[in-house]
Design a protein around this ligand. Structure first.
Ligand code: ATR
Length: 290
């Protein structure tokens, strides 16, 4: 479908955005459907954020996906914010809905969806999250909100895990277990966990030989989920697979965030498979690694 005067847009804003795979993923699925809708990305400096948001609304753009460093700052333009956005103090999607700007935070939604696709609903599961940076914080909150039976959080720097535990207790009234990312800490936590999530950057290209989990701790009844998607099969996932565990890669996180944005802004569901395939091809093209 060629771009013409009737084409509608969903846009991504961030600084930088040039590395983003969002336009590639979404446009592959939109092309396939033959709809007159495109995704475009714009680099927006922090001091231009207000002009960008109101300008996008004035141009009739359906919604803005928002990435670093603007996720907190765009909250001030929202008339309404969804529950997860309130919890995180940040949103990654603005939907221009009539005269209102509605903020959504769909971070971590893709993790829960990917696990559900693998036959492991978060609700009722015992989940160990390794890593207490931005990704670990998001996932610990998300799994608590989605009704995990137990969430444990291990981190090299324990004080970051403590801060997240305290925040979840205050904001969600739920208790998570925390501890240091040591061989002993991992051994104990992996005995009770069903799902083990790598939310650190360990194992990411080019450091592909590292994993935060010693290989001998994996059991066939574990489910391993890695937020790292380059390489597609990290050392963490390869070790788990060799031990007979089910593995879930990080591409689903990206794919479902994009699916949700199209659903909220345009009201239909794009193909998950097409976006996943486009993402894997783009990773191959950019690094030759994934
Ligand atoms: P993100 O927002 O992607 O989560 P981040 O906030 O920089 O990024 O967090 C990176 C995470 O990876 C942290 O949990 C970090 O542990 P520390 O809090 O102790 O720094 C973890 N991490 C990075 N390199 C690591 C390594 N070599 N071993 C263990 N954990 C590591």
């Amino acid at each position: 479908m060629p771009i013409n005067a009737a084409t509608r847009y969903i846009a991504l804003i961030g600084d930088p955005v040039e590395h983003s795979m969002t336009p590639v993923l979404q446009n592959a699925a939109l092309d396939e459907l033959g709809v007159n809708l495109r995704n475009v990305a714009f680099r927006v400096a922090p001091d231009q954020l207000r002009e960008a948001v109101y300008g996008a609304r004035a141009l009739g753009i359906l919604g803005l996906m928002v990435t670093i460093p603007h996720k907190e700052a765009v909250m001030e333009f929202c008339d309404e914010v969804d529950r997860f956005g309130e919890l995180m103090g940040a949103v990654n999607l603005l939907h221009f809905s009539g005269t209102s700007i509605v903020g959504y935070n769909t971070d971590g939604y893709g993790a829960s969806q990917s696990l559900a696709d693998a036959g492991i609903p978060v609700k009722g599961s015992r989940i160990l999250v390794i890593g207490a940076g931005g990704a670990g914080r998001c996932l610990a909150h998300r799994f608590c909100l989605d009704g995990a039976a137990q969430v444990a959080l291990l981190n090299r720097t324990v004080s970051r895990a403590e801060a997240i535990r305290d925040e979840i207790r205050t904001k969600q009234g739920k208790t998570i277990h925390i501890g240091p990312l040591t061989p002993e800490g991992l051994e104990t936590a992996m005995q009770t966990a069903q799902v083990v999530v790598n939310a650190t950057s360990v194992g990411m290209y080019p450091h592909t030989d590292s994993s935060p989990v010693p290989a001998h701790l994996w059991r066939p009844d574990h489910i391993a989920f890695d937020i790292v998607y380059n390489p597609l099969e990290t050392r963490f996932l390869a070790d788990a697979r060799k031990a007979g565990a089910v593995t879930v890669d990080g591409v689903g996180m990206l794919v479902y965030t994009n699916e949700k944005a199209i659903e909220i802004c345009a009201g239909f569901h794009p193909s998950i498979d097409t976006m996943r395939e486009a993402c894997i091809q783009a990773l191959h093209a950019s690094t030759g690694q994934a």
